[in-house]
Design a protein around this ligand. Sequence first.
Ligand SMILES: Cc1ncc(C[n+]2csc(CCOP(=O)(O)OP(=O)(O)O)c2C)c(N)n1
Ligand code: SF4
Length: 422
Amino acid sequence: MTTSILNTTALPFCKGCGHDIIAKNIAKALERMNIKPLDVISVTDIGCHGIIDKALNTHTVHGLHGRSPALGTGIAFGIDDPSKKIIVFVGDGGATIGLQHIMEASRLNVNMTVLIHNNFLYGMTGGQTSGLTPTGFATTTSTDGNPFSGYDICAMASAAGAAYVSRITGIGDISGNLEKAFNVKGFSLVEIMEICPSYGVKLNQKRKFSEIVESTGKPLGEWVNDRNSFVPYQGKKTSDMFSRLPKISKDFKSDLANPISIILSGSAGEGVQLAAGLISKAAIRSNLYVTQKGSYPVTVGVGFSTAEINLSPQDINFHGIDIPDLAIITSTDGLIHSKNRVERMTGGTLFIDTSLQVPTTKAIVIQHDFRQLGARDSSIYATFYFASKTNVISVDALMKTVEEEGKTDKMLIDKIMERLNN
Ligand SMILES: Cc1ncc(C[n+]2csc(CCOP(=O)(O)OP(=O)(O)O)c2C)c(N)n1
Ligand code: SF4
C-alpha cells in the first residue's frame, strides 16, 4: 500500500498558487508523522483549494461552500478514533461564509484541524472580496482596495475555545507548523496567508506579499487553550429511539376492509392532536396500518388545529390527504380551516358540531353537540362519538388506549360514555 499522501506532484492549481505549497506541506508533515493516507479524512469544500481532492490518496469528502468545518465536525463526532486525522480545507471565502461552523468546532474543541487557505479573496469565482480580505487589498469587487478590515478569525476561534490556533504565512517549508497543529488533541486551526497569482497578484501589482501580510494588522503567532478535547456520546446513551416508546399490543380487530382517510379539525387547546393520537393508537391496537400528521399555526396556542389520519388494513404508501373520506369538525376554527376540503367531498361522512353551519357537501352529514362537556374535551368527545357510529375502530379499543395512556381522565370518559348511551 502506498504511504504517500499525494498521488502526483503536478497539482491542479495555477502556477505559483499558494494552495500548492499548502498541499505539499500537508503531505510532508503527515508523511513525517508516519500517518497512513487511509488514516486521514480530508474534508474540502467549494473553491480552488477543494480541487485538491483528486490528488489525495486519503479519504476525501467534498462539501458545499463554507461547510467543510461542519462536515469535519460531523465526521469527528462519528469516528471518535484518535488514530484518524480529520483535516479540513477551507478558503478565506468559505471560512467567512461558514464562520459559525468554525466557532462551534472551536467552542466544542472538536478533534480536527482546520486549514484556512487565506489568499485574501474568492479565487474560484474571479477574485472577489471575502471576510478576510485586508483593508486596501484590491479585488475584482473593490478595485480601489477593500475599504473594510477582515475578521481576526484566529482571535475569534481562540476566544471561542480552540485548543490551538496559529497564523502563518504560506511561504517555504511550513510542514513543521502544520505538524504542530496535527498533533493537537482537540481543535486546531491554522490560518495560512498566501497569494492567488491569477487575481491577487494581478490586482495588487506594486505590492509585496510581506507588506500585504503586515497590512492585515493581524499578528502572526500561536494561541493555546489548555482544554480537554470534545468527547462524543456524552450524557445518557440511547441505543435506539424506539425502545423507549411504550409497546402497543394488538388485541383488537377492525372491520375496516379498505383504506380510509380522516381529518379531525378543531381549535388549539381543544385536544385535537391528543384525540387524533387516540384514534391512531386504537387503530394500531386493531391491527391497522396508520399515518398521522398534525397541522396548526406556529402560534400553537391559538387558531385551528387539524389532524390528518390514514387508516388501512394494508401498507400505506402515500400519507397525504386532499379530500378526506371522513371529516370530524368540532369548532369554528376547524370549520374555516377544513371547509374547502369538506365542500369537495363527493361521499363519505361529515361529523360536525351542532353549533356550526353545515357546508355544502355531498358527504352524509351527522350533527352532534360535541362541545357539551366543554370546549377543552370536544375532540375527545367527537372521537368517541365517531367510533360509536362507525366500524372503523371500536369504542373498546379507544377505551383501552385511554387507560394505557392515562392522558385523559377516566371521569371524562365515563361522562362521554353516559351521554353516548343515552
Ligand atoms: C454558498 C455559496 N456561495 C457562493 C458560491 C459561489 N462560489 C463558488 S467558489 C467561490 C469562491 C471560493 O473562494 P474561497 O472560499 O476563498 O476559496 P478559493 O477559491 O480562494 O480557494 C464562490 C463564492 C457557492 N458555491 N456557494
Ligand atoms: S485562481 Fe487563484 S486561487 Fe485559484 S488556483 Fe488559480 S491562483 Fe490558485
